[in-house]
Every structure is written in C-alpha cells, then in structure tokens.
Design a protein. Structure first.
Ligand SMILES: [Zn+2]
Length: 350
C-alpha cells in the first residue's frame, strides 16, 4: 500500500491472513442442538458438526462464494485453513481450483487434528503433503495444539520444513489451549502463522506471525488478544467471517480503541500491511476504490468503501459491480442450493 504508483483512491490488493472458505455457506445455518455456553461448546456444537457435514460439492460452492465475496471487498489473497474430515483427499485442490476460477490468490492448508483418531491425523498430513508436493501454494495446517498428539505436531512441523513452508495453526484461542506455547516453543519458526494468540503470555517464546481476528474473538467471547503485546509481526484475518478486510481493520481499530483510548488507526493499518510479508504478490495487485484518499484515520470511520475495480496479477477480475471471470448470480444460486443441502444434513445429524 506504500507503493509509489498508487492513485489517491487505490490500494494494493488486501490480504485475509486467516480464512475458512468452508464456512462461507454457514450464514443462516440451523441453530445448534443446544445453546453453546463456552468456546469449547461453540466448537463442538457448531463448527465440528459443520465440518463433518461437508462433502466436496458443498465445499466447491462454498469456496467459490467465499472467493467471490473476497474480490467484491477488494481482497485479492486468501490464506485458507481447511477441515472436512469426511472428505479429506483432494479437498485442497477443490478450494484452490474454486479460487483460480474466480481469479483470487489462495494459500491452502488442511487443519491436521487427532480429533478423529490417529488415522484422521495421518490423512490430514497426507493431504497437505500431496497438495504441496504437486506444487500447490500452501502451508501445513494444524487445527490446534490442544487437539493434537505430540507426534502429530512434530510430523506437521517436519513436513512444513521439508516443503520450505510454515505451519498455519490456531494458538491459544480459548483457555482449552493454554499450554500451546509450551508445546510449540521448540517447533515454531518465523514463517509460521499463529492464529489468535488470545491467551498467550507476553513472554510466550514462539516464532512466527500472530494473525488477529478481532470479530471472531468477540463473537466467541474468548477475550481480547491485544496482539501488539506479543512481540511478533501481526496480520489480520477474518477466521471465516467473510473476507472484507477494510471492515476487519475497522473492527480491529474499534476493539483496540476500547482497550486503549490513545491508540490510533495506524497500528491496525500496519497489521493489514503485514499481509504483504505473507503473500507478497498481493502488493502488486490493484484495488481502485470509489472514494479516496486512502488514509487510516479516514477509513477507520468510513463504513461504505467499495471497490470500483480489482486487478490481480495484471488482470481485471472485478469491475462495474461484477466479477469478470464468473457469473456472480450463478455462484450465489448454486451456493444457496448447497447451503440447503448442508443445513438439511445438519438438522439430521446426531
Ligand atoms: Zn480459524
């Protein structure tokens, strides 16, 4: 965004440093069987049911819808973290292909976990390995330390090293994962994405980027990360609640300001810019906004910024309110059909 050839109403492409494209169909989903009363409940009653219900057709249209929503918001790069325990093999290709069709950059990873036994963890590792070995842009995903055995964490770390990429992992999002720093300290590297970090101690001793997801953290009532206390570079993600990064920036600013009335929007704006260290190509993408100038103080209070056009890798993928490569109406219609299938499955799930 600091590039010199930008017009006053332009930015580079925005980066969502932590997304779950599989959750794009979730808005409007049936209520869980009982009201969740803790973060663990939210995982067990909402997200760990949703991921088990997914098949590859649902995933395809969920990812296309999520990719479409990203370019509509000026986001040109998505760092995705995926789980679909009943359809693991090939799932990262489905996501990568969906994003390629829409024209959005994506970095894929499969969230390895021992929640579905050792075999489930092995299949997750294998999907990461298969995808990376075939030349896919990605990282090695791990759900979180608290759902993984030590051997699984070690295997994921070694696989990432082998492919010269980092590990993308939820860290200390809730109190169930309080010992994450002890378990990951000897494994983490500078290229890891440590997502959330809400309950990390200031002297956690981990390496990598912190990915801050302020709206998700508020929605899950897990507490405020105050990520700038953690001594690592900070990027912004949505944790699957869309990919509107200017909106996430505004939420990050409002939440920071609630915590510290002297804080300025320049700090959360710098968190958006950290995205270019994770996906450098997005710095060369161009978003032309309906309104300028681009100024953190102005944008922190401007709730109606819309892209006029979006250019990714030199190609215009969005202009005059429409994507250029795909039919937005068709994607929304197909995604709505798949959402109905998904919701029916959730209603019938024990
Ligand atoms: Zn997440």
């Amino acid at each position: 965004m600091a590039l010199e050839d930008l017009a006053p109403n332009q930015t580079s492409g925005l980066v969502c440093a932590h997304h779950h494209l599989y959750s794009a169909l979730a808005p409007g989903m049936p209520a869980p069987p009982r009201t969740p009363t803790s973060f663990r409940d939210i995982l067990e009653l909402v997200w760990w049911r949703l991921d088990r219900a997914l098949d590859l057709e649902m995933l395809e249209w969920s990812a296309k819808l999520g990719a479409l929503e990203a370019i509509e918001a000026g986001t040109t790069a998505i760092v995705d973290h995926h789980e679909s325990p009943n359809v693991i093999e090939g799932s990262l290709d489905v996501i990568a292909n969906a994003c390629a069709e829409v024209g959005v950059r994506v970095n894929c990873s499969y969230g390895v976990t021992d929640r579905h036994g050792t075999e489930g963890a092995q299949r997750g590792l294998e999907e990461n390995r298969r995808y990376l070995a075939a030349g896919g842009v990605g990282m090695v995903g791990v759900h979180a330390a608290f759902t993984c055995e030590p051997d699984t964490l070690l295997a994921a770390s070694e696989l990432a090293q082998t492919h010269g990429v980092g590990v993308h992992i939820h860290v200390a999002e809730g109190t169930d994962d309080l010992d994450a720093s002890d378990r990951l300290r000897d494994l983490s590297r500078d290229n890891w994405l440590l997502v959330h970090g809400v309950h990390l101690d200031d002297n956690h001793g981990l390496n990598g980027y912190i990915v801050h997801n302020p709206r998700s953290n508020m929605n899950n009532s897990v507490g405020y990360a105050a990520p700038h206390r953690l001594g690592l570079p900070i990027a912004l993600g949505t944790d699957g609640i869309g990919a509107a990064m200017l909106e996430e920036f505004r939420i990050a600013y409002a939440r920071l300001r609630e915590y510290d009335v002297t804080a300025t929007p320049e700090l959360p704006w710098s968190w958006l810019e950290t995205g270019y260290r994770i996906t450098p190509e997005a710095a060369h993408d161009r978003v032309t906004w309906f309104d300028g100038p681009i100024d953190p103080w102005r944008l922190a209070f401007h709730t109606n910024m819309k892209p006029q056009s979006v250019e990714i890798g030199g190609e215009v993928v969005y202009t005059e309110g429409k994507p250029t490569r795909v039919d937005a109406t068709e994607i929304r219609a197909k995604a709505a059909e798949q959402a109905q299938r998904l919701f029916a499955k959730l209603e019938n799930m024990v």
